[in-house]
Design a protein around this ligand. Structure first.
Ligand code: C2E
Ligand code: CA
Ligand code: CA
Ligand code: CA
Length: 279
């Protein structure tokens, strides 16, 4: 009883009240940002064994007029909680497909794949498949160039619905990657049933990769799992040549990370290194 009595004033503490206010302000500003074009896509290259750029992941950025650059780590969780992830996700989908439409008409870009992050709430919208189709057709994007990155938590909620939507989109050529693989709670049964194309090894398992650490067996197991399910595998967060070499040794030949390129504004992203373009 004493503990309860002590806990009550906590609910009205000035700190909590301030935090709540700050969250509400940020939420209001994010809503404004979505409507007023303060969001941008940055692109991070994805490369193959020869370091050729084979695609890019689109990562959303918020250029706040007063606060400057706000990191997605800060506003994506807030967007998820508040439901703003739906308009935000729609914007990313439109912008991504608009970009793919442009790429289709530029020979150096036309073979690239573009990966978009899709949140669980967004994917679970009953009209999600329609939204994707509409965005593709509106911008004449090549559906075969679009990859959607999903997370394992989708499987917990509604595996049948998830599979059905994936199959519909795959029929027109859209690909699927399972993001942050290894950090969630995938059941092997569902993993086998999911119409996936790629597993994405989470940065957590890449970070500590060296020739002699504990992380290697986990990365090795993920690569082996991908191979036995006949899925592609890509590692995220590759920062060092050692990490790349260990991954290559395990059989992972696609990479994304600062070693190959940081996320760049769309206008600055190019699949061919500057030196080769000028040659
Ligand atoms: P994620 O999907 O796992 O994206 C990878 C994150 O790792 C990105 O952070 C990227 O900038 C960062 N990264 C890439 N290479 C390296 C590296 O070599 N080392 C390190 N330390 N980090 C690296 P970012 O851009 O801050 O995005 C954070 C998260 O926000 C993303 O994680 C994703 O979950 C979410 N997010 C970003 N854009 C979107 C979006 O358009 N929609 C949704 N739903 N979520 C998004
Ligand atoms: Ca991702
Ligand atoms: Ca990821
Ligand atoms: Ca991650």
């Amino acid at each position: 009883a004493k503990r309860q009595r002590d806990a009550v004033p906590q609910l009205f503490s000035p700190e909590l009240e301030q935090e709540r206010e700050a969250r509400l302000t940020l939420e209001r500003e994010l809503r404004h940002a979505i409507d007023n074009g303060e969001l941008r896509l940055h692109l991070q290259p994805q490369v193959d064994a020869d370091r050729h750029v084979i695609g890019a992941e689109a990562l959303v950025r918020w250029q706040h007029p007063a606060r400057g650059f706000v990191s997605p780590g800060e506003f994506i969780p807030l967007a998820e909680e508040s439901g703003l992830i739906l308009p935000l996700g729609s914007w990313v989908l439109q912008e991504g497909c608009r970009l793919l439409g442009e790429w289709r008409r530029r020979s150096e870009f036309s073979d690239l794949k573009l990966s978009l992050n899709v949140s669980v709430r967004q994917f679970q919208q009953p009209d999600f498949v329609d939204q994707v189709l509409t965005a593709i057709y509106r911008h004449s994007a090549a559906p075969g160039s679009l990859t959607l990155e999903l997370t394992e938590s989708l499987l917990l909620k509604d595996p049948e619905g998830t599979i059905e939507k994936m199959l519909l989109l795959r029929r027109i050529g859209v690909s699927f990657a399972l993001d942050d693989f290894g950090t969630g709670y995938s059941s092997m049964v569902y993993l086998k049933a999911l119409p996936l194309d790629t597993l994405k090894i989470d940065i957590a398992f890449v970070r500590d990769l060296s020739h002699d650490t504990q992380s290697t067996p986990i990365a090795a197991a993920i690569v082996a799992l991908a191979q036995s399910l006949e899925l592609g595998v890509i590692a995220e967060g590759v920062e060092t040549e050692t990490q790349r070499a260990v991954l290559a040794g395990l059989g992972c030949h696609q990479y994304q990370g600062y070693l190959f390129g940081r996320p760049l504004p769309v206008e600055e992203f190019h699949p061919t290194p500057v030196a080769q373009r000028e040659a």
